[in-house]
Design a protein around this ligand. Structure first.
Ligand code: CUA
Length: 337
């Protein structure tokens, strides 16, 4: 009986954990929608998509109806000879060609107008973020300095400009709820603007095959009111907190000796590596491993010791650490808020 009760408690605990975890993760894990209208650009794209879809559906229905009528209608056979010389077919030919040209002209003009509107916002963006595509994560820079990885905040209700770069292969920056995709091409800076009409958490991903972990190259954009955004930006640009607890101080020494500092940077410390994501305010981020796992102590521990199981082929080697050293390292990293 006692064993059964223990099992019931375990199952209830797991269910509760999964429920809570899902509730917390829903924001950055929620499915994306390419027809979403959560921003100015997305709204335009959605409108033109529906317009083209309705026009194409209408044309399809008309053509199929005419085809069925032609198939089942009993009547005179069309006389042999070139269609152009057949006077009874000629009006239908002209009507069909004329209607096709009109429909194509309308869709072309409407598409050009939409492209013009999407090319630049009416109000010049006050903010530019630089996004550098890495294998397989996103470096977020502001005024030439890395301030975050795989996660950034933007002010809602205003256009934001992105300067897109890659120093390796071609990636594509795609936030379906807010804008269309734009490629990051090595040696050719690209540009994108978007606007989130409402505060919210939006999920993005890489939309151009870029190697083994292309499928796990995601990111999160958090739109929030101007004041909250400015607080975030100031904090993101600030140097890291000094390690407070004794465990964190030991952890910091391990970070510097273990080789972590060779790849990662933490502003305000000796760690200046440029290969992996910068970690200055790591514990304030929602996710780890390019928006693939939640940022909890447990997930961070799993990532450090066995990142290759979570994201096979990624550039971070799984670390061999004693349990004790791992705890110290975690204490340090979790203080980086
Ligand atoms: Cu980066 Cu696909």
């Amino acid at each position: 009986m006692a064993t059964i009760m223990m099992r019931v408690r375990q199952i209830a605990g797991i269910a509760l954990y999964l429920g809570l975890a899902n509730a917390q993760e829903a924001s950055w894990r929620s499915p994306v929608n390419v027809l979403s209208r959560k921003g100015l650009v997305a709204d335009q794209i959605s409108t033109i998509w529906w317009f083209l879809f309705s026009t194409a559906s209408l044309v399809f229905l008309v053509v199929i109806t005419l085809l069925l009528i032609a198939l089942f209608k009993k009547g005179q056979a069309v006389p042999k000879g070139p269609v152009q010389e057949n006077s009874s077919v000629r009006p239908i030919l002209y009507l069909g060609t004329g209607l096709t040209i009109i429909v194509l002209l309308i869709t072309a003009v409407y598409t050009f107008i939409s492209m013009r509107t999407l090319a630049a916002p009416s109000q010049k963006p006050a903010l530019t973020f630089e996004i550098v595509g890495k294998q397989w994560w996103w470096d977020v820079r502001y005024e030439g300095e890395s301030i975050s990885a795989n996660e950034l905040h933007i002010p809602s209700g205003e256009p934001v400009h992105f300067s897109l770069h890659s120093d390796n292969v071609i990636h594509s920056f795609w936030l379906p709820d807010l804008a269309g995709k734009r490629d990051l091409i090595p040696g050719h800076p690209n540009s994108l603007w978007l606007q989130a009409d409402e505060p919210g958490t939006y999920r993005g991903s890489c939309a151009e095959f870029c190697g083994v972990q292309h499928g796990k190259m995601n990111f999160t954009v958090i739109a929030e009111p101007r004041a909250a955004f400015e607080t975030w930006l100031e904090h993101a640009r600030a140097e890291a907190n000094a390690a407070v607890s004794e465990e964190a101080r030991v952890g910091q020494a391990i970070f510097m000796q273990q080789g972590c500092a060779g790849c990662h940077s933490i502003r305000g410390t000796a760690a200046q590596g440029e290969i992996g994501p910068e970690l200055t305010h790591l514990s304030s981020r929602l996710t780890l491993a390019a928006a693939n796992i939640p940022n909890t102590t447990g997930h961070l521990a799993a990532w450090i010791v066995d990142s290759q199981s979570i994201k096979p082929g990624n550039r971070m080697p799984s670390q061999k650490l004693s349990g004790e050293d791992l705890q110290f390292l975690l204490s340090y990293l979790m203080e980086l808020n």
